[in-house]
Design a protein around this ligand. Sequence first.
Ligand SMILES: [Zn+2]
Length: 73
Amino acid sequence: MSAEERPTPMGESPYSSHVNLACCVSCHRALDLPSQHLRALDREIAAVSGYRLLGARVVYYGLCPECQKRNGR
Ligand SMILES: [Zn+2]
C-alpha cells in the first residue's frame, strides 16, 4: 500500500480500524500512513491490557515536505 494523501477520515468510526496519520502542524493536511507494525502493536496492546480492541487512532505531528520547503529547510 502507498501513503497516498487523502482527507482525514473524520466521517469514519474511530473504533472500526487502526488509523495512522501524519498531521502537518502548519497546513493541517493529514497523510494516511498504513503500517504493518500497527497490527503487531494492536496485538501487544490487547495482550497487555486484556482489552478486546475495536480500533485506534495514532496521529504524528510535524511539518510536511511542502511546508519544510516553504520554511527554507
Ligand atoms: Zn504542511
